[in-house]
Write a protein that binds this ligand. Structure first.
Ligand SMILES: CC(C)=CCC/C(C)=C/CC/C(C)=C/CC/C(C)=C/CC/C(C)=C/CC/C(C)=C/CC/C(C)=C/COP(=O)(O)OP(=O)(O)O
Ligand SMILES: O=P(O)(O)OC[C@@H](O)CO
Ligand SMILES: [Mg+2]
Length: 236
């Protein structure tokens, strides 16, 4: 785990690529050569073994580190540098906290390379997102409520990552900051709605790692600009 943590700690900017969405070679080349710290492969629907293998093999032409965010057991593909395992904190449906995980461990057993896995304590805050709907997340949290979940992850569960997830919409940066200020050992990932330099900078001030997803597919020139914006912004 120490190796995983030290690898993650150098990630300031990450692109999240969805195996279920199309990306031509020119775009993938630009993303992989952009200076971003890592590629995270994942999505909340339509992720299959085949489309994940296909995307991994294309990314492997480049040197950039590449992690799989596991959201479906059928799509666990060997050959990634790391495996990030989401655990949704703000749901009452325990399948998404530990249930799917228990089944996965039963199924994979001794094949699991534990030193390549890192748990992500997800706090899902966009109630309209697929992830919120699928997991029944209670997304309407205020800053105090969200920071309390973050403390569970940081201080009780000692998770390596807290993922503040606004997938599809830009979040409340004051709330994100209240999470960032409360943690002492977890690495705070922020993702959601970053589609320009200004939003990238705002998120970079209040999170250790900024994840950029959908804009890659909607406006890849804007996506590329977020790399430098994040890297030149100091943490608050
Ligand atoms: C040999 C070898 C490599 C073995 C691998 C070992 C391994 C990795 C074993 C599995 C271990 C394990 C414990 C796995 C857990 C399995 C599992 C299915 C857990 C549940 C994960 C979960 C909570 C999913 C719910 C949805 C969620 C939070 C997904 C995270 C990703 C996400 C939010 C993506 C955003 O999706 P997107 O499509 O971009 O959304 P928009 O439509 O809003 O854009
Ligand atoms: O796609 P966007 O809205 O950029 O969000 C990134 C990531 O947090 C999604 O899991
Ligand atoms: Mg997406």
């Amino acid at each position: 785990m120490e190796n995983v943590k030290s690898c993650l700690s150098s990630w300031r900017h990450v692109f999240k690529l969805d195996p279920d969405r199309e990306l031509n070679d020119e775009m993938l080349d630009a993303i992989c050569m952009s200076g971003s710290d890592a590629i995270l492969v994942g999505g909340s629907s339509g992720v299959t073994y085949e489309n994940t293998v296909d995307l991994l093999s294309r990314i492997r032409r480049y040197e950039i580190p590449c992690a799989l965010e596991v959201s479906d057991l059928e799509a666990v593909v060997p050959g990634f540098d790391l495996y990030l395992i989401p655990m949704v904190l703000n749901t009452n449906d325990t399948r998404w906290l530990v249930g799917q995980h228990q089944q996965a461990i039963e199924q994979y057993g001794f094949m699991i390379p534990w030193d390549m896995l890192a748990a992500e304590g997800y706090i899902i805050l966009n109630g309209e997102s697929t992830a919120a709907r699928v997991t029944g997340a209670e997304a309407g949290l205020n800053s105090r409520e969200a920071a309390a979940y973050a403390q569970i992850a940081d201080k009780l569960m000692r998770l390596p990552i807290i993922y503040v997830e606004y997938s599809g919409t830009f979040g409340d940066m004051e709330l994100v900051q209240s999470i960032y200020r409360t943690v002492s050992q977890s690495q705070v990932f922020y993702g959601g709605g970053i589609d320009d330099v200004s939003k990238a900078r705002q998120a970079a001030r209040v999170s250790h790692t900024v994840v950029v997803g959908n804009v890659v597919y909607d406006n890849w020139a804007a996506a590329l600009e977020t790399v430098q914006a994040v890297k030149e912004t100091p943490l608050s």
